[in-house]
Design a protein around this ligand. Structure first.
Ligand SMILES: [Zn+2]
Length: 253
């Protein structure tokens, strides 16, 4: 199995990152290490270099928490374009940003990252909280592969995104959100991608506030139930799709 979006380079794992990665290796074929800040991106580049064929980085800029210097991250992306498997997460966040002028700045920055992904022919991993249709409007004519990470928008929009040939990555939210379960139900198997967005979205916050990449198997169980097929088939399809979409050179597929 493959988790296509985990922030393993978040401070939450500073103390035991090696153990977490070792456990990932017992259970998964690969993990895409998503990033959204400069320091996180730097740490991801050095961490993944120690685990070739298993950890794969994407470099991005969070619309509200990415810092003040998106240009610096764009430079980092350009100078590491051979090492990364995607640009992201990047996008719009109108959940935390209600100010229209600041939303306009988010759009301006996002459009530069879209252009960069196009120039480098890299998949674009999108953060779209409460701005799902605005994000879709901005990318719908793009030629790059587009993945809406942790999508929590409307079911109808999800259908439109998928019929446009884009991807919606199903997070561990599927364990607690009815809306995400409906979206998962509609999702054709050849479009299915799974992610945890670790350390966020822990399936059981009281037991452990952190999430881990191997928890995609819990999502797969839930989706298997909804779609009435086996958990193994869900995990296998999601893995095949991840390898194809991100062109992953998996060491132990
Ligand atoms: Zn994320």
């Amino acid at each position: 199995m493959i988790d296509i979006h985990a922030h393993l380079c978040f401070g939450d794992y500073d103390k035991d990152l090696d153990e977490v990665i070792a456990k990932c290796k017992e259970e998964l074929a690969g993990v895409i290490v998503g990033t959204a800040r400069y320091e996180e991106g730097m740490k991801a580049l050095s961490t993944v270099s120690k685990h070739p064929g298993f950890l794969f980085p994407t470099l991005g800029f969070h619309p509200t928490e990415g810092g003040k210097d998106p240009e610096k991250i764009m430079e980092l992306i350009k100078s590491n374009s051979g090492k990364i498997v995607g640009v992201g997460e990047v996008g719009l966040d109108y959940h935390w940003e209600k100010d229209q002028e600041k939303q306009r700045i988010q759009k301006e920055r996002f459009s530069k990252f879209i252009e960069l992904a196009e120039k480098l022919s890299k998949p674009l991993v999108i953060h779209s909280w409460d701005a799902e249709s605005e994000c879709f409007e901005m990318v719908k004519n793009s030629k790059v592969k587009v993945i809406f990470h942790c999508f929590s928008g409307r079911r109808e929009l999800a259908k439109e995104i998928v019929s446009r040939g884009f991807y919606i990555s199903i997070s561990t939210q599927v364990l607690f959100s009815k809306n995400i379960r409906k979206i998962a139900k509609d999702m054709p198997l050849d479009k299915l991608l799974l992610e945890t967005d670790s350390p966020f979205l822990s399936p059981d916050k009281e037991k452990d506030p952190r999430n881990y990449p191997w928890n995609i198997k819990l999502s797969a169980e839930k989706i298997a139930e909804i779609k009435n097929i086996s958990k193994e088939e869900i995990l296998e399809k999601a893995k095949e799709n991840a390898i194809r979409v991100f062109d992953l050179k998996i060491a132990r597929a």
